[in-house]
Design a protein around this ligand. Sequence first.
Ligand code: M6P
Ligand code: ZN
Length: 186
Amino acid sequence: PPIDPMSITFQPPTGGMTPSGPVLSRRMSDLEGLFADTAAWRAARDEADPVVYEVASSPVPEAPGELPQSITTIHPGAVGGEFHMTKGHQHPNPQGEIYLGLSGTGGLLLFDGTTPKWIPMAPGVIGYIPPGWAHRSVNTGDEPYRFLAVYPGDAGHDYGWVLEHGMGWRVLRGAGEPRFAPFQAE
Ligand code: M6P
Ligand code: ZN
């Protein structure tokens, strides 16, 4: 059923939305196979299994024609020098997506299967994801990195594509600036 026009209030202290749809937490244990340093990932999982990122969704349904939104908060940190990041996904139904940086510092890593691209993200920056580009977000700072996403309700989430192809680069802690290393299948 179609939903009514609505306003949604962003909660800056928590990254929540009012009214809200589902809120999900991704812990270290949910991120198997993503970080290059498997031993460091296993140690972090076994020690405290920290929440790496949270996603608050608006009440707008993931249905054709709708434009659901979500606010993602990636907590700062790294695993074997590789910055905390989202799983990353492709849209099985290729359509674009818009991100808006809200707080903290990070980046948007995009990969079309051939060429990786990096969009530095900060509050006020709009990152555009064209159809066909897999996307992952990375916190490159030392405070939570938070962004708004707006995406077509029937775009979908394909996580298997990223596990199979990688994202072209790995984003590592460098001297000041992040360092990019070519992705190699482990
Ligand atoms: C953004 C959007 C969501 C996505 C979330 C977390 O908020 O792109 O669609 O679910 O980031 O990313 P992922 O699903 O790759 O873990
Ligand atoms: Zn997406």
